[in-house]
Design a protein around this ligand. Structure first.
Ligand code: PBG
Ligand code: ZN
Length: 328
């Protein structure tokens, strides 16, 4: 091989920690992290999620305790997922003004007010008895019925005081429908964090345990609306549509298997990007660490750094508290 730069010796920049620190390009801080939290209606005390060691389904009280801890660690926000007592075909509890998420939002805001950003994941799959993200008609998941209901849920979250609504359904037109209903009701300042580029991934497995959202009827996957892992080009269209419809922040999900997508999109669009390091990504590191095969702390920080490097300003991760503790 021809030596192009005969005087370059990269080891001169790596020989000790001071020189390594001074040439560092990327770092993670607690300010980049958002903590996902599950809250279940009617729980007396928190319950562990078996496939996600260290993650719990919370009662309202233990949820508030988590928010306090997150805030004290310098984490700016949490994202809430609700598990209702009653499920039905149209996910009524998702847009019940007295449902679990509006109640949780009010409780956190009463306690912490402006000290923490509260995001609400907007979808129906935790609320429907069939487990789909919208009403179904036999084999089909119904896009237009779904978006009306996401708009209703978003309005209830906004009325309860949410800072950010995060539609995670991947139906066409939902960001526009949500922006419209929020604006019509004087919630112009409510932020929309769109799960714009969400793949039909197998890495959501443990989440479906935590959120009790397995499939009981209809299709056995979400391929009719979530993206095909074999595609990139459609991701550009998804982002264009969501920005056009009023999304403030764009999310790519999962994170590690899709860093190429995150990198390409964040270079292309002038909006903040979020990445969701999902339940399966968390479970993989936890499982390997529990077997003594990987170093949990080092692998977690390396994974988060890689997601930052690929272009995410914010990372939704079940590791948020652990990472913030270590970084501090
Ligand atoms: C609901 C939703 C899912 C996740 C976030 N919101 C599951 C799904 O789409 O099946 C996954 C999060 C995770 O795996 O950590 N639509
Ligand atoms: Zn869903």
């Amino acid at each position: 091989m021809v030596k192009m730069f005969p005087n370059v010796r990269l080891r001169r920049l790596r020989n000790n920690h001071l020189i390594r620190d001074i040439v560092t390009e990327y770092k993670i801080t607690p300010k980049n992290l958002i903590l996902p939290l599950f809250v279940k209606e009617g729980l007396e005390k928190k319950q562990p999620v078996v496939s996600m060691p260290g993650v719990f389904q919370h009662s309202i009280d233990s949820l508030i305790e988590e928010c306090h801890q997150a805030m004290e660690l310098g984490i700016p926000g949490v994202i809430l997922f609700g598990i209702p007592k009653k499920k039905d075909a149209v996910g009524s509890e998702a847009y019940n003004p007295k449902g679990i998420i509006p109640n949780a939002i009010r409780a956190i805001k009463k306690e912490l007010g402006e000290k923490i950003l509260v995001a609400g994941d907007v979808c129906l799959c935790e609320y429907t008895d069939h487990g789909h993200c919208a009403p179904i008609d036999g084999k089909r998941v119904l896009n237009d019925e779904g978006i009306k209901l996401y708009a209703k849920a978003s309005l209830e979250y906004a009325k309860a005081g949410v800072d950010i609504v995060a539609p995670s359904d991947m139906m066409d037109g939902r960001v526009g429908a949500i922006r419209k209903i929020l604006d019509e009701n004087n919630f112009e300042d409510t932020i929309i964090l769109s799960y714009a580029v969400k793949y039909a991934s197998n890495f959501y497995g443990p989440f479906r345990d935590a959120a009790e959202s397995g499939f009981a009827a209809g299709p056995k996957d979400r391929k009719s609306h979530q993206m095909d892992p074999a595609n990139f080009t459609q991701a550009i269209t998804e982002v264009e549509l969501d920005i056009e419809e009023g999304a403030d922040i764009i999310m790519v999900k999962p994170a590690l298997p899709y860093l190429d997508v995150l990198h390409a999109l964040s270079n292309r669009f002038n909006v903040p990007f979020a990445a969701f390091m999902v339940s399966g990504e968390y479970a993989m590191i936890m499982a390997a660490a529990r077997n003594g095969w990987l170093d949990e702390q080092k692998c977690m920080l390396e994974a988060l750094l890689a997601i930052r490097r690929a272009g995410a300003t914010m990372i939704l991760t079940y590791y948020a508290k652990k990472a913030a503790e270590l970084i501090k």
